[in-house]
Structures are given as C-alpha cells and as structure tokens.
Design a protein around this ligand. Structure first.
Ligand SMILES: *Cc1c(COP(=O)(O)O)cnc(C)c1O
Length: 230
C-alpha cells in the first residue's frame, strides 16, 4: 500500500470514529510520526496533504526539517523526552514541545524562550498509569506543573499529551483515555492559544478519538512497521 493510500485510510477511520462519538468529522487532527522514516517517504505524505509531523529526537527532527526545508507550511512537534542539554536546539528546531514533563525543564524552556524572544507552544506529558519506564508527570503533579507553565510568559500551554499502556483489554485503554479527558477538562483554565488532547497511536487512535482526543499521533499505520533503531 502506498503512503498516500495509508494516509487516506487513517483519515477515513478517524472521521468514522468522530461520527460514532457524535463529534464533527474534523474534530481530531492527525500528526504523522516520522521517527526512523526517511525524508523521501515523508515527502510522499506531504504530497498527500499531510503538514503536521512529530519526531521523538531533536537531532532527527533537525535533520528532517532541514531535508524538507523547501516545503511550505509544515509544522514539526517534538514528542519524545527532552534532555535539558538539548533544550536550546529543540527550541530552535521544533514548532512545539509536546512532552514537557518536569518543573525544572519548564523553567529552563522559559529562560531559553525569553532569551530568544519567542513564546513557545508546549504540552505537558502525563504518565497516566504511573509506569516507571515512561516519561511524563504523575496525574497528581499535573495541576502544579500546568499552573507553573501557564504563569511562564514565554511558554504557551497548548494541551496534554499521553501514551497510555498498550493493554490487551481495549476497555482498559479506554479507561485511561477517559481519565485523560477528565484531566484535560479540569485543566482547561490554564489553556494558552490552543487546548489539545494528544492521545492515540496506530493501534488505538479510534478509541482515543471516541474518548475525546483532539490530536492523534500515528506512525506505523501510515509508514509501515519501523525497523529497530541501530
Ligand atoms: C512512535 C510514537 C508514536 C506513533 O507510534 P505508532 O505506533 O507507530 O503509531 C506516537 N507517539 C509517540 C510519542 C511515539 O514515540
């Protein structure tokens, strides 16, 4: 299947999930996740109308942004854990940092954005199931971090992102998506210029949309299975 055909199928499944949930067909946007995907294949997605992309690593984001610099109107989000020593490069390369996960990182990003004279879009990543191997703040720590980010004049708090555990039982993932939706509703007063709920990946984006996602992050369902990183 071509990338254009996979994208069309994902978009159709997203619209169907919106309809099932009684939401407008465009209520959820698609972020194409391009980790390990070569620029030539990303260009096929761009040709098929995709403009919003996500990368986990700063270096890979920089390289792809550079390789595709001739294309107008692209938006690149960083969606992986950011080490503080890469924060300045991330600020220069990414249009949004969706995986903010600590007060210390928020303070650092605020200083860097102030120095660069920017207001930088960020989202807070929540570790909804408290998994030790995953990044993100604990749900109990979300309100304090949201308040701190909202009070940072050079950060624009644009939403919440999460990667719930991949459960064998779809009802369990639904429970995580529903609790994220509830947190997102409760934190709305901290919203900056947007208020996104970024949840759902290739294996569960339809469930996430039915539970209220406004943004889904899909990689392998568009670009095929990834080769392991070397
Ligand atoms: C890789 C990745 C995705 C997409 O995963 P797929 O299962 O390929 O759709 C989404 N979000 C994050 C944070 C990722 O690292």
């Amino acid at each position: 299947m071509t990338i254009a055909a996979s994208l069309a199928e994902v978009r159709e499944r997203m619209a169907a999930a919106c309809r099932r949930a009684g939401r407008a067909p465009q209520a959820a946007r698609l972020m194409a996740v391009t980790k390990t995907v070569a620029p030539e294949r990303i260009a096929e997605a761009i040709a098929a109308g995709q403009a919003l992309f996500g990368e986990n690593r700063v270096q890979e984001l920089e390289a792809k942004r550079q390789a595709l610099a001739g294309r107008a109107g692209l938006e690149w989000h960083l969606i992986g854990h950011l080490q503080s020593n890469k924060a300045a490069r991330a600020l220069a390369a990414a249009d949004s940092m969706d995986s903010l996960d600590s007060p210390a990182l928020a303070a650092r990003l605020e200083r860097l954005a102030a120095a660069a004279g920017k207001r930088w879009p960020v989202m807070i990543e929540v570790n909804v199931a408290g998994e030790p191997q995953k990044a993100g703040v604990a749900p109990a720590a979300l309100p304090a971090l949201a308040e701190a980010v909202a009070a940072s004049p050079h950060l624009d708090l644009c939403g919440i992102m999460a990667i719930p555990p991949e459960a064998a039982d779809p009802e369990a993932s639904r429970g995580h998506f529903a609790s994220l939706r509830a947190m997102w509703d409760r934190m709305k007063s901290y919203a900056g210029t947007r208020w996104e709920l970024s949840m759902g990946m290739s294996h569960d984006f339809e469930d996430a949309i039915e539970e209220g996602a406004t943004l889904v992050r899909v990689g392998s369902a568009i670009f095929g299975a990834r080769a392991p990183r070397t």
